[in-house]
Structure formats: C-alpha cells, structure tokens
Design a protein around this ligand. Structure first.
Ligand SMILES: Nc1nc2c(ncn2[C@@H]2O[C@H](COP(=O)(O)OP(=O)(O)O)[C@@H](O)[C@H]2O)c(=O)[nH]1
Ligand SMILES: [Mg+2]
Length: 297
C-alpha cells in the first residue's frame, strides 16, 4: 500500500493547520488568525483504502524573535528533512513575492519531492491563479501547484490523490484507528490555547502557555475533570485575561469547555488559574517545563 510522511511547510498563517485538519478529516491541530498558533510538530494521520498518509504539521517559517520562536523554527527545519514529500502551503491571496519563490526553492533543495498547495483561493480573484502559477514555473519552481480552498473544501480530493500518487509503497506506520500522535490531554490544553488566541488581542495570546495539571475521567461517570494553568508573561496580561470580576476568563472557559466536551464526547468539569511567569518565552528552562521543544508531549 501507499504509505509515507508529508511535511507541511509554509509561512506563518498560510493555512497549514487548517489544510491538515481538512485532509485528515478531523481536527488534529488548532487554528487561529494569529501567527504562532502552532508551536509543536503535530502528526495527523489519514487512513484510506490502500494508503496511509502521515501529515507532519509544523509551526511554520519564522525569523527567530525569542527562544520560543527559535525552537519553533528548529522544529520546522527538522520536520522538513527525512520525509517522503514536502507539502508547501502558500497563501494564494497574498500573491507570489520573490521571497516566496526563494523559500520554495530552498525546500525543493532539501531533496524530497515537493508539491505546492496554493490555498485560500476562496478569498481571491480566480484569474490571479494561472498568472501566479505561470510566474512560479518561469522562476524555476519545478513542482506541481494545486490551487485549493481548505475552508470551502475545494480541490482537496485532487490534492489528496496527487499526494497519494507521490508516496512510496510501504507498510503503515500507525494503527488504522489513529488520527494523531497527540494525546487527548495535549489536545485539551491546545483547545484552551486556541480559545485564548481567538478571544484576546495583540501580544497577550502569544505569551500564553497552557499547562494541563489534571486530565482525569471520573470513576463510573461520563465526565472528565480538567484543571489547567494559564501562564502569561506579565501581570497586566493576567488582569486582561481575567477581566472585570473574572468575566473575561469565565467566558473563555465556557467557550473552551464546550469544545472540549464535543472533542471528548462527554461532560467536562473545567477549572483554570492564571499565573504570571515573567518573560517565559526567553527562558529555556521554563519552556522545557511547559513542554516546548520536546518531540512528544
Ligand atoms: N479564507 C480562507 N481562510 C483560510 C483558509 N485556510 C486557512 N484560513 C485561515 O487562515 C488563518 C490561519 O490558518 P492556520 O491554519 O492557523 O495557519 P497556519 O499558521 O499556517 O497553521 C485562520 O484564520 C484560518 O481560518 C482558506 O482556505 N480560506
Ligand atoms: Mg498552524
């Protein structure tokens, strides 16, 4: 059968995690309009008749600003090596700049076959697509370009078929019922972080880490107890996260709990405390404590 790993590479916010979720058919990675949403390497596994495709969602391509983005960029780079295929995700509605072309060429040079998913075609004029494809071809980006919309599900079947074709024959790496290498415990923390990314503005979400202290099913009950620490970088951020008489936090927790319940298929009793750890994103020992830069969580 066709089996292999596909590294999903591209700029921050290009739409990588959204595309991986759509390809896998389940939410394996959180998504938000803010860059730096994905901090870890996450595997999403697509099982089909005669094929297993393992997508490696990555944090994306960054210029390193602090120790955390440094680790994130390192994760992206190591993920792009030793895979069967690189799926380069390009945000089509932003056009094609010379810097995009040099990035694409850089990853082609890594040696694995490459395919470009030119995404977000739902929010751009259709006539730009052939012009951009021509530009890529003329500039020597020698691989297939597939225009898709992850949001609308457009051309996803075609992309999947092409990926499948390009993978080698082999044995599956995961059991058939596995969709992600991440635990439910990890996803619950990520769901919390996604809701914070969606609800708060500016620099607050980027400085937030979520630590899962408790993730436990109640004995004999269809219910999970989840206790989290929401760690932020500054005490004024803590005040904003909590809001007047706790109102902002309450809303965010309710929002997160709803999705956790849908994800786990049962009730969740959610508690969370907001803590401040000054500038943790520049403190490698704290980053490690929060689980960043490790292969597994
Ligand atoms: N209109 C449109 N928006 C998209 C599409 N794919 C992703 N997005 C949005 O782009 C933003 C970044 O997506 P995300 O998957 O987190 O990007 P990543 O940083 O590359 O993983 C989110 O707000 C998504 O909802 C698409 O096909 N069409
Ligand atoms: Mg992402």
């Amino acid at each position: 059968m066709k089996c292999g790993t596909v590294a999903v590479i591209g700029r921050a916010n290009a739409g990588k995690s959204t595309l991986v979720n759509v390809l896998v058919g389940e939410k394996v990675a959180i998504v938000s309009p803010k860059p730096q949403t994905t901090r870890d390497r996450i595997l999403g596994v697509l099982n089909e008749e005669g094929a297993q495709i393992v997508f490696v969602d990555t944090p994306g391509i960054y210029r390193s600003q602090n120790a955390l983005t440094g680790v994130m960029m390192h994760t992206t780079e190591t993920s792009a090596k030793d895979v069967d295929l690189i799926l380069f995700v390009h945000d089509g509605h932003k056009g094609v700049a010379d810097t995009d072309i040099s990035l694409m060429k850089k990853y082609i040079a890594y040696g694995a076959p490459m395919l470009i998913a030119y995404t977000k075609t739902d929010i751009m004029p259709e006539e730009n697509i052939p012009a951009d494809a021509k530009k890529l071809y003329e500039e020597g980006v020698c691989c297939d370009v597939v225009p898709v919309s992850a949001r609308r599900g457009k051309n996803i079947a075609k992309l999947k078929a092409l990926i499948r074709e390009m993978l080698p024959e082999g044995e599956p790496l995961f059991p058939e019922d596995v969709v992600s290498d991440r635990s439910e415990r990890f996803m619950v923390g990520e769901i919390m972080r996604e809701k914070i990314l969606l609800k708060y503005d500016k620099e607050i979400p980027h400085g937030v880490a979520v630590i899962v202290n408790t993730f436990k099913k109640r004995e004999g009950k269809e219910m999970y107890d989840v206790d989290l620490d929401i760690v932020c970088e500054k005490s004024n951020h803590k005040a904003i996260l909590i809001g007047k008489q706790g109102s902002a936090l309450k809303e965010t927790l309710a929002f997160a709990r709803k999705e956790m319940e849908a994800f786990l298929g049962c009730k969740v009793f959610l508690t969370a405390y907001v803590k401040v750890k000054d500038d943790w994103r520049d403190r490698p020992e704290l980053m490690r404590e929060f689980g960043y830069g490790k292969e597994e969580n």
